[in-house]
Design a protein around this ligand. Structure first.
Ligand SMILES: [Zn+2]
Length: 342
């Protein structure tokens, strides 16, 4: 099973039996670490599926498991080969986004000096020389969000592939270090955000989407969905200062920032100018609103008056989360604008 170094890329051409039944927290008993499984099917090139880049986002893995079980039980070949990359197996064991000593596995795809960077460079090199049919990276969101697809290019093929999953499409170029952006250099690639981790509907929906992808002969040139996709452009993300204390609800004490209790209900809903987002308890600290160029654009988006944090302009939030560890490790969420396709 390859070298014992857990940060080497493992490549397996035979699906281990137990893979079809283990829960994500037991995956480490079956796979030695991040692994590419090459599963043959009737057609080439393979559909590349990536999941568990975040260890606490099991929906993609559970959906692929059902898919493989379905074909395995009926002793039918897959309609198309699948190359499946299972990412942070060690974090899945602990049901966390990543372990304290690891980088975020969806922020390592643009070069760097860590062993994890070398691992994903190996994988990207293999994928580049065997261009996949398409690339799909499957995630959950920690907050409540509708299911949506993300693209890093506004090409028709990307939008149409995304639309097979949802009529809601988010276009973003930052963070740059995500796998979908690396894949987009050489194949049609999207990220799917399949709601919260424990929602069984997410598994059914992803399974259905993967079945549709496997049945395609080509990525549709015209979307068969009669509804126009709603495309949002993610323009900025809100970050909290390192080591600050946050809470949710106005009455929460001993915090630097409190955010409104129902923050997550703002996701994908247009918020008017002057909408209340929370309260600043520590006047020495500021939230950072960072745009796609890495510039701090806070002053154009957020005001602090009488301790209240309000939106200066109308925006559509996404991925706003009340799960504090993710807010501190990554961000509070993103601000988007509706995008008109030209
Ligand atoms: Zn994720």
């Amino acid at each position: 099973m390859g070298s014992l170094n857990t940060m080497d890329l493992h490549i397996i051409d035979e699906t281990p039996d137990r893979l079809l039944e283990v829960t994500p927290d037991k995956l480490h008993q079956v796979l030695p670490g991040p692994t590419l499984l090459r599963i043959p099917g009737k057609k080439e090139p393979p559909l590349f599926i990536c999941t568990l880049l975040h260890g606490d986002e099991p929906t993609g893995f559970l959906a692929v498991q059902q898919l493989l079980n379905h074909y395995c039980k009926q002793e039918k070949p897959l309609p198309r080969s699948i190359w499946l990359f299972l990412g942070n197996v060690a974090a899945a064991r602990e049901n966390v986004r990543h372990l304290p000593n690891q980088p975020d596995f969806n922020r390592i795809w643009k070069g760097g000096a860590l062993p994890e960077h070398r691992l994903v460079e190996q994988l990207l090199a293999i994928l580049k020389s065997n261009t996949p049919f398409a690339g799909i990276d499957i995630h959950n969101t920690s907050g409540q969000n509708p299911h949506y697809a993300c693209v890093n290019k506004l090409d028709e093929a990307f939008i149409n592939l995304g639309q097979l999953f949802s009529s809601m499409i988010v276009y973003f170029t930052r963070p740059e270090e995500v796998i979908s952006r690396a894949l987009a250099e050489f194949c049609t690639a999207i990220t799917v955000e399949s709601g919260q981790a424990r929602d069984p509907f997410g598994v059914d929906h992803v399974l259905d989407f993967l079945e549709q992808c496997l049945a395609l002969d080509s990525i549709p040139a015209n979307a068969n969905n009669p509804t126009e996709p709603r495309v949002y452009h993610s323009i900025a993300r809100i970050e909290v200062p390192d080591n600050c204390r946050i809470g949710f609800g106005e009455s929460c004490r001993e915090t630097d920032f409190n955010f409104i209790e129902n923050l997550e209900s703002m996701n994908f809903v247009e918020q008017a100018e002057n909408t209340l987002v929370g309260w600043r308890r520590n006047p020495d600290l500021k939230l950072a609103v960072v745009d796609e160029h890495g510039e701090d654009v806070s002053e154009g988006f957020i005001s602090y008056t009488n301790g209240e944090i309000r939106l200066i302009r109308s925006v559509v939030p996404s991925m706003f989360t009340t799960f504090a560890p993710n807010v501190l490790d990554d961000c509070l969420g993103y601000l988007m604008q509706r995008y008109t396709l030209g």
